[in-house]
Design a binder for this molecule. Structure first.
Ligand code: ADP
Length: 248
């Protein structure tokens, strides 16, 4: 069963007197264990799609099905529950709480899971801090950490709830190339060792090429769906137009 299914989703934002169509009839499936890139130029609808897949935003029309359950029409509380138990998030700007240490930031989502005792909470936090290589920095606050270290805290926070899929909006965009690569390596390692699915947006061809599934989006529409086979992309759908960005 797919973890996330997006069926014919469109999204229109009202901007003053105008309607802006951010997504138009988008359908895709996120299978367990994939390392998927959503690639497209700035303004193509990547963030909107990730936010709708992650139940942070809702579709204007169409359906989002998470682990077999249609989440359209669910209340904000129900959506928060789906987010907390199935999905993890990583943002371009890290979004850590500045007054909390790395350890407390990682622990934070577990405080909303009353079924977990203190010992289990502690064990999970230490496990994921070690997994992202930050045991020595557990007591540091975000402003005492580098960009790469902050993104590692965010990765540990996304995993600590045992998320099935981590949604990452341009996770390397604010990092230098080398640090960005180490973050992608870490995500890939977790994907392969723990089986966690990752869906990350990017407008960078190098980042896109690290994926094993590709959703290519332009002007709010999917124009190519690809799968990596023996290191090269095989497109199961390709409707790219001659004037689409050839680099992504
Ligand atoms: P990307 O992540 O690929 O840069 P976005 O999903 O952020 O693209 O944006 C897609 C389109 O939707 C753009 O035209 C953008 O201006 C518009 N848009 C996104 N969010 C809003 C919003 N909250 N209100 C109005 N327009 C928006």
């Amino acid at each position: 069963m797919p973890i996330i299914r997006v069926d014919n989703v469109s999204k229109t934002y009202r901007l003053g007197e105008q309607d802006v169509t951010a997504l138009s009839d988008v359908s895709l499936i996120v299978d367990p264990g994939v390392f998927m890139a959503i690639a497209g130029p700035s303004g193509s609808g990547k963030s909107t799609l990730l936010n709708i897949m992650g139940c942070i935003d809702t579709a204007s029309t169409g359906h989002v099905v998470i682990e077999g359950k249609d989440v359209s029409g669910q209340t904000p509380d129900q959506l928060a529950n789906v987010r907390a138990r199935t999905l993890g998030f990583i943002f371009q700007t890290f979004n850590l709480l500045p007054v909390l240490s790395a350890r407390e930031n990682v622990e934070y989502p577990l405080l909303q899971m009353p079924e977990l005792g203190k010992a289990e909470r502690h064990e999970r936090v230490e496990f994921y801090l070690a997994k992202v290589g930050l045991r020595k920095y557990a007591d540091h606050r975000p402003n005492q950490l580098s960009g790469g270290q902050r993104q590692r805290v965010a990765i540990a926070r996304a995993l600590v709830t045992h998320s099935k899929v981590v949604l990452a909006d341009e996770p390397t965009a604010n990092l230098d190339r080398k640090t960005g690569e180490s973050i992608l390596n870490l995500m890939r390692d977790i994907n392969q060792t723990e089986g966690t699915s990752f869906v990350f947006s990017t407008h960078d061809k190098r980042v896109m090429n690290r994926a094993d599934r590709l959703v290519r989006i332009e002007d709010g529409q999917i124009n190519a769906l690809g799968m990596k086979r023996d290191g090269t992309w095989v497109f199961v759908q390709d409707r790219r137009k001659p004037d689409d960005d050839p680099d992504i």
